[in-house]
Design a protein around this ligand. Sequence first.
Ligand code: NAD
Length: 497
Amino acid sequence: MSAGPQKLLPTLLDGAAKRLLIGGEWLPAASGRTFATINPSTGEVLAQLAEGDRADIDRAVDAARRAAEGPWKRFKPAQRQNVLLALAELVLEHYEELRLLDIVEMGAPISPGLNAGAEEAAETLRYYAGWATKIHGETVTPSIPDAFFAYTLKQPVGVVGAIVPWNAPLSAAIEKIAPVLATGCTMVLKPAEEASLSPLRIGELIAKLDLPPGVVNIVTGYGETAGVALTEHLGVDKIAFTGSSVTGQQIVRAAAGNLKRVSLELGGKSPDIILADADLEEAVAGAGMGVFWNSGQVCCAGTRLFVERAVHDEFVDRLAELARSLRVGDSMDPDTEIGPIISEQQLRRVTGYLESGCQQGARAVAGGTRLTDGVLANGFFVAPTVFADVEDKMLIARDEIFGPVASVLAFDTIDEVIHRANDTDFGLGGGVWTHDIGKAHRLAEEIRTGIVWINTYNQFDPAMPFGGCKMSGWGREMSIHSLDEYLNVKAVWVRTG
Ligand code: NAD
């Protein structure tokens, strides 16, 4: 570590209000308004952010349009590749700062060290750098009578409005910026109001690159104002959204004005299925952290734990033991394994579900409460919670809670668990723990989700598609499949006869 976190923070948060990145300039909001972003471990204000609104979105979309139709259009694929590779290097070089901002603003625990995840962040950018030179159409020989030659072109969709949530601010921003740059689009990025600091720092790094102004614009602000203005804007060609399913529905309605393209990475209530023959120790650790990691603030968290009846009671006991053993604390404390919930509002939502679980007859065998002892008093902490005796119809088994709350449900047969796992509005992730290869593959095929992990959980790689079906969204991020989300296919016909 080059500098201690205590030394880095004052430089990053120097007291000056953060600005918007529009057309290559750092500007205050047109209204002059700002809003505070806070540290969820302590409740303290970290910084003031510019409160972007419709007028700022207008300016940013204009800048993105000028870049899309101007100098950026003339960038060759290899130049875009170099931009992405250079950004990957800058992210590596400044990774400690970027991660530190997520630690204090989002509450991600510092424990794995300030460089944990640096390679993954750079790898996503490098992965898309590889694609920048491999985007091409095809030649086609049509079967119609006259002699024709035909080919397709893959062209950037244009100006992308990218809207991201707070639960992984840095990686969410990179996952939007990388395909935009690879495909030759331009963008207006709207970070979440709760966690904008690392996306803004990425903007400062992008400003160091030799990029035309306006390729990447960043407008901080609230969803109801800046977010809505971006999704309604007639100058935006596509919205790439990551966030809740309810907001996803609003975005689809708002996008109707110019029928802009929309891709949606939304919420989940993912089933994680533990068969009786599984290695229980591995299953408890893997499925347990599949719920509790990042304080349960993970879209694909496997929060519905279906456990075969023969091992159900033992699994519940061991999972409760794991939950009680996890150290909950300030995200800057190196001993902390589980940090805070992002905000007071989200804390109220999570504790509301804890009450609902008990009222509807589930049994909290670990946790079940807010934690307020000692240093936790001013932050937003919830004890890792395990509910047993959960039934499918209970709210805790149906709604996305987005907190460290596991619901354990017993099952008897494979057919039954397939039916119950799929009996949900969501379809994002899912897991299977077993040594029986036949059952593992059958469940992987029949669970109606975008992702299934077998004997593991929450593995990610830029080469693997990420996304869901049903209320978990439209389209895929990462992998070859994400590129088409940012490209239009044009058919060109040439009469040769
Ligand atoms: P959210 O939907 O409240 O907000 C997400 C973003 O949308 C924020 O930037 C917000 O300002 C903006 N927004 C809010 N209302 C808007 C509107 N009407 N129009 C346009 N923009 C609007 O979600 P959140 O609480 O920030 O994040 C948690 C949710 O995100 C969870 O449901 C989680 O599952 C989901 N998520 C999904 C993925 C995925 O890849 N599938 C990844 C991370 C998080």
